[in-house]
Design a protein around this ligand. Structure first.
Ligand SMILES: [Zn+2]
Length: 108
């Protein structure tokens, strides 16, 4: 079982991670507004860069979703339960990945 101390420690981690991801997304979208260029080739490279950034930003947005859902579960007192089998998620897994929705068994 997770102690309230452990939960508040993981909650801090989640909030820090969320702030970091939001910051990274901001950086990525700021990069999109780089200086405009008339050279077709560079533009193509820029498009590629933007597409890459979008992919990364989507990954980050998904992680933020997971973090938000973990934070909601903390608020509801349901944090640390596997969404698939309902068992407690291994504490060492939450340590590495506090936004985990599944236990080790169900992750496989
Ligand atoms: Zn499970």
């Amino acid at each position: 079982m997770l102690t309230p101390e452990k939960i508040s420690e993981l909650k801090t981690k989640l909030l820090e991670e969320k702030a970091r991801l939001e910051h990274e997304i901001k950086d990525l979208s700021a990069a999109d507004f780089g200086d405009d260029t008339d050279h077709g080739e560079e533009e193509a490279e820029e498009d590629e860069q933007i597409a890459n950034n979008l992919g990364v930003a989507t990954d980050f947005a998904e992680r933020i979703n997971d973090i938000d859902s973990a934070l909601r579960k903390i608020a509801d007192g349901k944090y640390g339960k596997c969404e698939h089998c309902g068992k407690d998620i291994e504490p060492e897994l939450l340590e590495i990945n506090p936004e985990s929705r599944l236990c080790k068994n169900c992750k496989r």
